[in-house]
Design a protein around this ligand. Sequence first.
Ligand code: CP
Length: 321
Amino acid sequence: MYNFFSVKDVVNVYKIVKESLFLKKNPYSFKYIGKNKTIGLVFFNPSLRTRISCQKAAFNLGCNIWVLNVNKDSWNIEMNDGTVMKTTQEHLKEAISVMSLYCDILGVRTFPNLLNKNYDYEEIIFKKILRYSRVPVINLESATLHPLQSLADIITIAEHSSFFKKKCKVVLSWVPHIKPLPHSVVNSLIQWITKIKEIEFCITYPEQYDLHEKFIRDYKGKIYYNQNKALLNSDFVYAKNWSSCVVKYGKILCKDRKWMITKEKMKLTNKAKFMHCLPVRRNIVVEDSVLDSNDSIVLQQAENRIYASQIIFLKIFQSLL
Ligand code: CP
């Protein structure tokens, strides 16, 4: 593995989940591989989990790490080409090229603008970053994908299904939100989860919240506009809001609070585990009683972000040997 942009950079999802679980049990087993190596993390958008779990993963591999919050700690970066830079001080081209000289792996987070679907879905910014970097690049959440989150999610499901020995039903449910959110967690989850044949996966959302053709094209599972029907007999409920994609890109089209995950709704399930990538808005997305119950595994998902990052760093370091 050189770059890590999506599940397509992984040869075998089962194998990488297994290796991640090994790292969870033996976090320091490759503690020398990162000697004299540096990982750089560049955030164009806020983060708690991604930033700190990557730092912990780097420490476990014995390497140095630096973090830059762009536009807060740095010059304002110009993303567009050919601009007369009156309000921005440094172009993405120099910024990424320079930062890549200061590390062996560069992780970057760049959210979508949610204004121009083609611009976001063509991953214009991330493609430039891949072009300008002199070292391998890791996707810490791009305009359309969040692969480290999905890997952590799959690791978590593996832990609760005896490594997929028990067949299980996972429901991805749209939930309300007060801000228009990206589609990256959802797109990535579809890409990763459909690689696991033991998982029966279905998606539920209000009409008009169809996902992008690029990610739904090969999806063979069911889509329900009736959340209660989808939840029936499920073993995992993954709640996530997304803004509209196909109709009125990036807008909020539904504010129906009936889509919030509640204790009553969880009664429709097969004592399902509740999942969310975090951060989560309590009592908008999910009721306190669900999030605080023993069936909530959101902290385990967050913990597994360490091992998802660690296995990807390790794979890249091994490829550089
Ligand atoms: N789930 C996730 O990526 O969390 P952060 O935005 O806090 O990194």
